[in-house]
Each structure stands twice: as structure tokens, then as C-alpha cells.
Design a protein around this ligand. Structure first.
Ligand code: UT7
Length: 332
């Protein structure tokens, strides 16, 4: 079996900054409520005609390729995680393959929402471990600002989500003690409808009706309290599993990169593990919850800030719709 290492990361966020104060003008919410309940101060929204999920993924990928110092033609496969693809089908992987001008390489889309990036990383890791591919591009990208509604009935969701993309280059390595040490992936479909977007799906003969627009069923639905309660437990479990599986304890960990869902969730996990602030990376204040993009954006920023270096022991963990949750332990 080969080992795989993350050799570069990059991210792209749209230039349009939307503050909590901006949202106050659109719905009955306040900067105080959003800050206190989520930690978010601002987020980025895409610009029509300029940013799409695949194009943001492309911009992040270009930066990751440059950071890794590879030629794009070295990429054997694209794994693209998103819940907000450009089209209902095909997925964004092929659009990114076209945009990068790569030959007919494999392009796979992952539909695992907030855990999508770690699921994608795990898939890429398996392809490298078995020797099938040498270099895999893993992308998380989301355009979510256009499927929330800026209204009082949707305010608990509208204020949270943002747009953006992050990408990493994963490559085969001969160094056994470094790279992706483990990934752990979980799901519980019994709770699928606690955080989901019911329509337009394929359950009904009429996939879209005028009633769906008025009754809000084209919008995401979230039982926020239930998601919160499950998230804190599942985060704790999958981080503990990642560490014990590799015979590490929490004191060995250099940096935790949690999916940026809510600053209160990240703070809860940090307190539970007694992790000091410098060992937990948070940027939700600037970007909100960017779902599959949140972890690769955070990794890219942490690397640029010097918080990720050669040998840093990083744990990534995510929880979200599905429910799905996952962790990855990485020796950089
Ligand atoms: O990415 C993974 C998936 N998502 C998550 O992990 C999200 C997990 N859940 C959460 O982050 C939190 O549940 C939320 C931030 C979504 C909501 O915070 P909360 O502290 O659980 O608030 P709540 O839903 O219990 O609502 C408390 C109050 C309600 O008013 P009443 O009934 O007490 O009068 C809401 O109507 O806050 C009200 N509220 C708002 N007020 C101002 C809900 N949204 C807003 C808003 N502005 N945007």
C-alpha cells in the first residue's frame, strides 16, 4: 500500500462581502443575534456571471496546483464535493475537468454535504493507497446564497450559509509516517429529513409546482437544535476515534480544523478536549458555513498563516446533513 500526502492547498471566496448589518435590512434579524448564536460576522455571496460552484472550484484548484508546485497534467482524478452543483446533472467534477483543460481523466462528485470534503479526501486516499492513481485533486465548493430565502421564515438558515471553494492536491508518497494517517466515515439516514432540501427531488410526478415556491419546500429545512446536539457528540466521537486509532492522545494534536458550522460547536469541542485557542482553527466569522468548502478553505488559510507546517499533526472533523460525519488525521 502507498501513502498519500496533501502537498498543496488553495481557496477562493467571492469578492462580495455581506455583513450581518446587510442582512438586518432583509429580514427580522440582528448582528447581535447572529454573532452570539453562531459567531458569524460576515459571509461571501457569489456574483452571477462570474462565480459558479465549478468556477470557484477551478480558482481554488489553480491555487492548490500552484501551491503544490505540480503541473496540472499530473492530476489523474478529480473528486468534487458539493451540495450545490451548477446543474442538477452532470456534476461539477466534469465541469472542472473541462475548465482545467485536462485530458479525459476520472471526475467524481461526492454528495455528502458538510462532510463532503472529508469523504472526498478518503475516496482520493483509497485510490492512491491501492496504486491506481498517483495524484488526485480534491475540491469542496458551494454556492448556497441562492437557495436560501431572505425572509423571516428562513432567517435561521439564511444568516448561516456562505459561498466559496477550497481545494487540495493529494499525491502518492513513500514516507510511511506522513500523510493521511486515517479517515473515519459515518452516516445515519434515519435523520435525513432533519436537515434537507425536499424539492425538486424525484419523489413526486410534478417535480416543481407553484405551491412549492409559496410553501417554502424548495428551500433547505433544518432542525437547528437537533443538528446542534448531534453535532457536538459526533464531533467528539470521531475526533477521539481518529486519535486512538493512531495511538495518539489529544495532547499530541497540533491543530484541529473543525467544519465551520457554528462557532459555539467549535468552542464546545475545544472545551471538551481542553484544547487551547491556538490549537483550533476557526474562520466562520469571515465566511459563515460554506458546507463542503469550509475545511479546505480553513486548511488553505491555516497553511498560509504558518499554522500548518511539515510534521504538524492535523485533525479534520465534520458533521452535517445526512446525517453524515467524518474525521481525518493527517501528519503533514
Ligand atoms: O453545517 C452543519 C449543519 N448545521 C449546523 O450545524 C447548525 C446547527 N444549529 C445551529 O447552529 C443553531 O441551532 C442555529 C444557529 C441554527 C439556531 O440557533 P439556536 O440557538 O438553536 O436558536 P433557536 O433555533 O433555538 O431559536 C431561538 C430563537 C427563536 O425565537 P423564539 O422562538 O425563542 O422567540 C428563533 O425564532 O431565535 C429565533 N431566531 C432568530 N432570531 C433572530 C432564529 N433565527 C434567527 C435569526 N435572527 N436569524
Amino acid at each position: 500500500m502507498y501513502q498519500s500526502r496533501i502537498i498543496g492547498a488553495g481557496h477562493y471566496v467571492p469578492e462580495n462581502i455581506v455583513t450581518n448589518k446587510d442582512l438586518e435590512k432583509l429580514m427580522n434579524t440582528t448582528d447581535e443575534w447572529i454573532t452570539e448564536r453562531t459567531g458569524i460576522k460576515e459571509r461571501r455571496y457569489f456574483t452571477e456571471g462570474k462565480d459558479t460552484t465549478s468556477l470557484m472550484g477551478f480558482k481554488a484548484a489553480e491555487k492548490a496546483i500552484q501551491h503544490a508546485g505540480i503541473e496540472k497534467n499530473e492530476i489523474d482524478m478529480i473528486v468534487f464535493a458539493t451540495l450545490s452543483p451548477d446543474y442538477y446533472f452532470p456534476g461539477c467534477g466534469v465541469l472542472l475537468q473541462k475548465e482545467l483543460g485536462l485530458p479525459n481523466i476520472a471526475a467524481l462528485d461526492v454528495r455528502n454535504q458538510c462532510s463532503g470534503f472529508i469523504y472526498g479526501l478518503s475516496v482520493a486516499d483509497q485510490f492512491i493507497k491501492t496504486g491506481m492513481y498517483r495524484t488526485v485533486l480534491v475540491v469542496g465548493s458551494e454556492t448556497q446564497s441562492n437557495f436560501v430565502e431572505y425572509s423571516d421564515r428562513h432567517r435561521h438558515i439564511a444568516v448561516i450559509f456562505g459561498d466559496g471553494a477550497g481545494a487540495v492536491i493529494l499525491q502518492r508518497s513513500e514516507e510511511k509516517q506522513k500523510g493521511i494517517l486515517s479517515t473515519h466515515l459515518y452516516s445515519d439516514g434515519n435523520l435525513a429529513e432533519e436537515l434537507y432540501c425536499p424539492h425538486p427531488g424525484t419523489r413526486l410526478k410534478n417535480r416543481i409546482t407553484p405551491e412549492m415556491i409559496t410553501d417554502g419546500s424548495l428551500l433547505a429545512h433544518m432542525n437547528g437544535n437537533l443538528v446542534f446536539k448531534h453535532a457536538v457528540n459526533r464531533f467528539e466521537e470521531c475526533i477521539s476515534t481518529a486519535l486512538t486509532h493512531n495511538q495518539y492522545t489529544i495532547t499530541d494534536l497540533d491543530l484541529l480544523i473543525p467544519h465551520q458550522a457554528n462557532l459555539r460547536i467549535a468552542d464546545f469541542i475545544a472545551r471538551k478536549f481542553q484544547l487551547p485557542d491556538e490549537k483550533v482553527f476557526n474562520n466562520i466569522q469571515k465566511y459563515g458555513n460554506t458546507t463542503a468548502a469550509s475545511i479546505p478553505i480553513a486548511l488553505s488559510e491555516a497553511w498560509a498563516e504558518g499554522r500548518v507546517k511539515e510534521n504538524t499533526l492535523v485533525c479534520m472533523a465534520a458533521f452535517g446533513s445526512g446525517f453524515t460525519w467524518a474525521s481525518a488525521l493527517i501528519r503533514m
